[in-house]
Design a protein around this ligand. Structure first.
Ligand SMILES: Nc1nc2c(ncn2[C@@H]2O[C@H](COP(=O)(O)OP(=O)(O)O)[C@@H](O)[C@H]2O)c(=O)[nH]1
Ligand SMILES: [Mg+2]
Length: 293
């Protein structure tokens, strides 16, 4: 008999949820950045063993809704929690426990699902600090085991996964064993491009930009042609994203092309341009197309 189920990742922005999903899945399915609120879509990463399959749901961060974009993110998080079999609660061992963690801990206690807590980033901590972080995690009152881990190095992750598997219900796999994510190819590639935008921009700009893949053509000679645009909200944001003499958009394009080539194992031609679309965050039709449910 196989075990199979959905595990929702809960945790403050920046604690390392997306890094952990990628570590468990063994492939980059969720983009990572040091900017909070990076994850906009509930991304599913699939990890499959001999007789188990975990579908990890990497949720957008929790915050007070300000516009339709954040409202959708918030509503999605609530639904995903309710639809999950288990919860993986991630804390930042380096930063310590704060009000955000307590808020999420309460939400987890209320849904009453089996849970596991991961105290992440222990690669940054000395042993006594790890002990302290584990004690602080225990005080949050989420039932279930607590694991010290590093999503970056992989330390402690195997033990964590083993325990998660034990909490899953018996049942057949939801996805073919070789599948790593349910993201459509276009959205996945758009995310890789957005990750490079995030790496190269500061302050409000990372959150003002969105990426849409318009065309995806697999040529017979094996070349993959990707036509994508970066949406900015204003002309001045566009100028920054294009950069002097087009330097920024070229740097983003080159780095993203390499990522896409590594992921697909193909040669890639990436045609990337920057456009202005005022108020894209409030454009419900565009949010639909971008896969932000
Ligand atoms: N040192 C260290 N940094 C980590 C670890 N896990 C994640 N990070 C970093 O923390 C930041 C936020 O990670 P991310 O996965 O995007 O967090 P999320 O917002 O919870 O999804 C990134 O800069 C990661 O590289 C870890 O185990 N150790
Ligand atoms: Mg994330």
């Amino acid at each position: 008999m196989t075990r199979s189920g959905f595990t929702a990742l809960a945790g403050r922005p920046n604690v390392g949820k997306s890094t952990l999903v990628n570590r468990i899945v063994g492939e980059k399915v969720a983009i990572v950045s040091d900017k909070p609120q990076t994850t906009r879509r509930a991304i599913r990463g699939v990890a499959t063993g001999d007789d188990w399959q975990i579908v990890l749901v990497d949720l957008p961060g929790v915050q007070r809704p300000r516009d339709p974009l954040t409202e959708r993110m918030q509503a999605r998080m609530q639904r995903e929690l309710e639809d999950s079999d288990t919860v993986l609660f991630v804390l930042d061992g380096e930063e310590g426990v704060g009000p955000g963690d307590r808020f999420i801990a309460r939400a987890i206690r209320e849904v009453g699902l089996p849970a596991v807590t991961a105290v992440n980033k222990i690669d940054r901590l000395k042993r006594p600090q790890v002990v302290q972080a584990l004690a602080a995690a225990a005080e949050l009152g989420v039932h279930g085991e607590i694991f010290p881990i590093s999503a970056r190095t992989g330390a402690g992750v195997a033990e964590l996964v083993q325990t998660l598997v034990g909490l899953l219900p018996e049942g057949p796999f939801f996805y073919p064993p070789e599948e790593r994510t349910d993201l459509p190819a276009r959205v996945r590639l758009a995310e890789l491009i957005r990750e490079q935008v995030l790496h190269r921009t500061r302050e409000e700009l990372p959150h003002a930009a969105e990426v849409e893949v318009d065309e995806l053509i697999e040529r017979e000679d094996g070349l993959l042609i990707v036509v994508a645009r970066v949406w900015a909200e204003t002309e001045s944001q566009k100028r920054i994203l294009v950069g002097a003499g087009g330097r920024m958009v070229r740097a983003v394009g080159t780095a993203a092309r390499r990522e896409i080539e590594a992921l697909t194992g193909r040669r890639v031609h990436l045609d990337l341009s920057v456009r202005v679309r005022r108020g894209w965050r409030r454009d419900e039709a565009l949010l639909d197309r971008l896969g932000i449910e």
